[in-house]
Design a protein around this ligand. Structure first.
Ligand SMILES: [Zn+2]
Length: 327
């Protein structure tokens, strides 16, 4: 299971160093009675329902990556800004318990805190009452290793199918080399476990998109009325947000290219009017902008051969003017 769960809240007093750890993250020094802490299991090395599992090394690295990360609450709490933060994380081994892959069971346990505010009161009550909440985590991994042939299926496709048996062993993917942990979130356990719920776990962008594609497929095939689970809606929203961010970055890149083309044109085509170049650059697509930039840069080297900075300054001084070196 990659999805974890909340274990319990703390009823007893905090250890002195715990409060210290918590206060590393808080803007204002919090007193013991101002914080509520609870334990959670983030993930483990058991093969999950997608036939994937983390390697023990991955869990060890995630252990470091998750400290300090904030968690958000389930969609039912949407609109509020409730968050909890992990202040301590540890890899817990259970040699008495074996995973389906035959390894000793290892899981990643964390402790998180949130301020005891009126807004958090209901949630604290729920955790204290032991109403189990699932947790989903988001992280990026570099490697997804096929358990049968050992190739990194993120880079190369292999012929093995997850969930199928090969030589008596279930083929699964081992998630390795995590590069980042993004966030974790509380997900209220649905009345019918797993029913119609798309798992919110994000291995990385590609997988997130694969899942969004699945949801989109469902949407296309659906009739007039469509019901989305909270997870599915959130997946789509996250996907759109990411697209917006990427589009924004793309626009900034194109603007930069245009400016560069206009600037270079001023050097290599000094007789062409500035406004004509600006108007031309506006009409170019990204490939054309790149092509012009490359050609202009090559031409610029002929007009102004690259010189070391000092030589330039000396030459300018000699020429008695600095103008042409001003950008
Ligand atoms: Zn394989």
């Amino acid at each position: 299971m990659k999805d974890g769960f909340v274990q319990e809240g703390t009823k007893g007093a905090l250890l002195p160093d715990e409060l210290e750890e918590i206060n590393r993250y808080s803007v204002r020094k919090l007193a013991e009675d101002e914080v509520y802490t609870f334990s959670l299991t983030l993930c483990d090395n058991e093969i999950d329902r997608d036939f994937e599992r983390f390697s023990v090394e991955a869990l060890e690295k995630l252990c470091r990556l998750f400290v300090g990360k904030t968690g958000i609450f389930d969609h039912s709490f949407k609109g509020s800004d409730q968050t909890a933060r992990i202040y301590r994380c540890e890899v817990v081994r259970d040699p008495g318990k074996k995973t389906a892959a035959g390894e000793d069971y290892v899981c990643l346990k964390a402790k998180a805190y949130m301020p005891r505010t009126e807004k958090n009161a209901d949630l604290i009550k729920e955790i204290e009452a032991g109403i189990k909440k699932e947790i989903s985590i988001s992280c990026a991994v570099e490697e997804a290793i096929c358990s049968v042939c050992g190739v990194n299926v993120k880079k190369v496709r292999c012929a093995h199918k997850k969930g199928k048996r090969y030589g008596g062993k279930v083929c699964h993917v081992v998630l390795n080399s995590p590069t980042d942990a993004y966030e974790w979130s509380f997900v209220a356990v649905p009345a019918q476990p797993r029913a119609g719920v798309v798992k919110a776990f994000n291995i990385d962008k590609e997988r997130g998109e694969a899942r969004v594609n699945e949801v989109l497929k469902t949407l296309k095939m659906a009739g007039e009325e469509v019901t989305l689970s909270g997870h599915q809606a959130e997946e789509i929203l996250k996907y759109l947000e990411r697209l917006e961010m990427e589009a924004e970055a793309g626009r900034a890149y194109i603007e930069g290219l245009k400016k560069e083309v206009v600037r270079l044109a001023g050097i290599v085509w000094p007789k062409l009017s500035h406004s004509a170049v600006v108007s031309l650059a506006e009409k170019m697509d990204i490939e054309e902008l790149r092509a012009f930039k490359a050609a202009f840069e090559a031409a610029q080297d002929e007009v102004m051969p690259p010189m070391p900075q000092l030589a330039k300054a000396a030459a300018a001084k000699e020429a008695g003017e600095n103008k042409q070196f001003k950008i």
